[in-house]
Design a protein around this ligand. Structure first.
Ligand code: ADP
Length: 627
């Protein structure tokens, strides 16, 4: 690019991803174009918040008699809408970085999600924070003039028609802040109508904490939004729709599943307005996932994503907390181990867990929705929030061998309530999916005896079983680990097993010898009914699912051998035993033993270590069948 002086318009290209996004905005979004106004007003409101916040440490940037506000002007002849704020503003570099580039990962995720699918809900715009560009749904071109507060740099003008390029040049503007002029497309010119603008603002931006001014018919400016923050009002004055609108202003893109609005007075004074979303955001599990709670102090916005107000495992909750007890110049550092914050956090956690309990009891369908979206996150709490372990144990849900489908969930309390008489322990199986664990040979005896087994199919379940360890005095036992002891319920099988053990003693030793590389022990089991064999970990060993998970996380997993359990009642094993008795050195024995081991691996969803050798063994047998 040729050198230009900054007073001449300089033409610059949008970054590639920004171009893609703009293209989508212009060509793929059809419905709800009106949200552009919400996005620009919300940016203006953020800019005002930022200025107010910076002025706490640098009072020179804000005159005490300046009113922080948003002004809208409509020009019917020129078909323009102008939105201006006297907020923080941007300097040249910031304009280029914020408006010409997509630096945030959220926008990239938005793009990945959007490309190739044009029928999406425009609410996603807010969700992914790509707000500014939405203006190009209605604008043929946009002019932005901005001046950074507290800086000597001249004001800067940015202009674009939303295609590949924008121009940037110096401008004159006396006060700090940003003014955006939207040149409406011919077919979108109805947005210049006064009533339209009023109704859109009523719908989306009514609770913006700053006044929004619009001239009335007489040309006199008047405030068109409610400026008293919603959370400061009594909940009896607030309608469900108003709560929903507020939730959307906070970036919610769905309808909240539950709303919790409290005002605490007394030793501590604060208001909180929290929402449980009904849909998980796309980045719930990403490491830099932001928390959804904003902190205000005495109605002044302090910061977004206030991690200190809620534990990690409640990171899906959105809302605001407005405290009377913190100083206005509170910094992020001061929030850590702050006694006021700690107390608020404690009450919020109680409130949320209480709400979930109530929902589980009274609105089971809502709770199911919640669980399906956020269950795995809530489970993290069992690992990290020891204080609330008991409450959390009541809230977790599992699929089970007695549930009809993946939608039919069971709590620990229900499980214990329907345990068989004489059953001592709570049984579970971990694995990749319901489909896999459901068919596991390890469940055969449990099915035969109608003993319920919990299906733990979330990766995190491997960890939390150790955290729960025991519930109401009942231990959690894996059905794929340790020698099976069903106590009274397994008496009959124990007798059969004893007899089989002596009958199969030599064969077991021979099998162990053949599989010495693969297994650490071979023993007769009572847990199988239809399958010839299965693999189990010993009591302190790592389950195969845990091993898989650790490997997938790049961890070094020590080679651990498992135990091969054989079903002495099974015809294959009985035949094998007779062959062995006839000729302990029978060479075919070896082939078959390998096959039995490999089948046991396959049955639990593992890979056979040498698929070629496996298929050769099968082929050998099949050849015999056909000859
Ligand atoms: P988001 O608001 O989700 O970050 P936008 O595309 O709406 O995404 O805006 C990008 C960035 O541009 C904002 O984060 C902000 O830094 C800057 N910005 C937008 N509008 C304004 C404004 N009126 N005043 C100051 N900065 C603004």
């Amino acid at each position: 690019m040729a050198e230009t002086t900054s007073t001449q318009p300089q033409s610059m290209e949008f970054q590639t991803e920004a171009k893609q996004l703009l293209h989508l905005m212009i060509h793929a979004l059809y419905s709800h174009k009106e949200v552009f106004l919400r996005e620009l007003i919300s940016n203006a409101s953020d800019a005002l918040d930022k200025l107010r916040f910076e002025s706490l440490t640098d009072s020179s940037i804000l005159n005490s008699d300046t009113e922080l506000a948003i002004h809208i002007k409509l020009d019917k002849t020129a078909k323009t809408i102008t939105i201006s704020d006297n907020g923080i503003g941007m300097n040249r570099q910031e304009v280029i970085e914020n408006i010409g580039t997509i630096a945030r990962s959220g926008s990239k995720a938005f793009l990945e999600k959007m490309t190739g699918d044009q029928k999406f809900d425009s609410n996603l715009i807010g969700k992914f924070g790509v707000g500014f560009y939405s203006v190009f749904m209605v604008a043929s071109s946009v002019k932005l003039v901005s001046k950074r507060a507290g800086s000597d740099e001249p004001a800067i003008q940015w202009e674009s028609n939303g295609e590949d390029k924008y121009t940037i040049t110096e401008a004159s503007k006396d006060d700090c802040g940003t003014e955006i002029t939207i040149y409406l497309k011919e077919e979108e010119s109805s947005y210049v109508e006064d009533w339209q603008v009023r109704s859109i603002i009523k719908k989306y931006s009514d609770f913006i904490a700053f006044p929004i001014y619009l001239p009335n018919e007489k040309g006199k400016e008047e405030i068109i939004n409610q400026t008293k923050p919603l959370w400061r009002r009594s909940s009896s004055e607030i309608t469900k729709e108003q709560y929903e609108e507020f939730y959307q202003q906070l970036g919610g893109f769905d309808k909240p599943l539950a709303t919790m609005h409290t005002r605490a007075e007394g030793i501590m004074e604060y208001s909180s307005l929290l929402f449980l979303p009904s849909k998980a955001p796309f980045d719930l599990f990403s490491l830099d996932r932001k928390h959804g709670v904003k902190l205000y102090v005495k109605r002044v916005f302090i910061l977004d994503n206030c991690k200190e107000l809620l534990p990690e495992y409640l990171r899906f909750v959105r809302g605001i907390v407005d405290s009377e007890d913190l100083p206005l110049n509170v910094s992020r550092e001061m929030l850590q181990n702050n006694p006021v914050i700690d107390k608020i956090r404690k009450t919020l956690v109680n409130k949320i867990l209480g709400k979930l309990k109530e929902m589980a009891e009274k609105e089971p369908d809502d709770y199911k929705t919640f669980w399906n979206e956020f269950g795995p996150v809530l489970k993290e709490g069992l690992h990290t929030d020891f204080e609330n372990k008991e409450k959390l144990q009541e809230l977790i849900r599992f699929q089970s061998s007695m549930s009809e489908n993946s939608d039919d969930l069971v709590s620990l309390k229900q499980y214990v309530g329907r345990m068989r008489e004489d059953q001592k322990d709570i049984y579970y199986i971990t694995g990749e999916s319901r489909d896999i664990v459901e068919k596991s040979p390890h469940l055969e005896i449990f099915k035969a005896k109608s003993i319920e087994v919990l299906f733990m199919v979330d990766p995190i379940d491997e960890w939390i079983v150790n955290d729960i360890y025991n519930y109401e005095g009942k231990q959690l036992k894996s059905v794929t680990q340790g020698d099976l002891d069903l106590g009274e319920l397994g008496k009959e099988e124990q007798d059969i097993k004893k007899k089989a053990e002596s009958k199969f003693k030599k064969l077991s030793a021979r099998i162990k010898n053949i599989l010495s590389e693969q297994v650490k022990e071979v023993r007769v089991t009572t847990r199988l009914k239809d399958s010839p064999a299965c693999l189990v970990a010993d009591d302190n060993g790592m389950s195969s699912q845990m091993e898989k998970l650790m490997k997938s996380m790049g961890q070094n997993v020590p080679e651990s051998k498992r135990i091969l359990e054989i079903n002495a009642q099974h015809l294959i094993l009985q035949n094998l035993n007779s062959r062995y008795e006839k000729d302990p050195k029978d060479p075919e024995l070896e082939e078959w033993v390998h096959l039995i081991y490999e089948q046991a691996l396959i049955a639990e969803g593992q890979m056979v270590p040498d698929p070629l050798a496996y298929s050769q063994r099968i082929n050998k047998i099949l050849t015999k069948v056909s000859s």
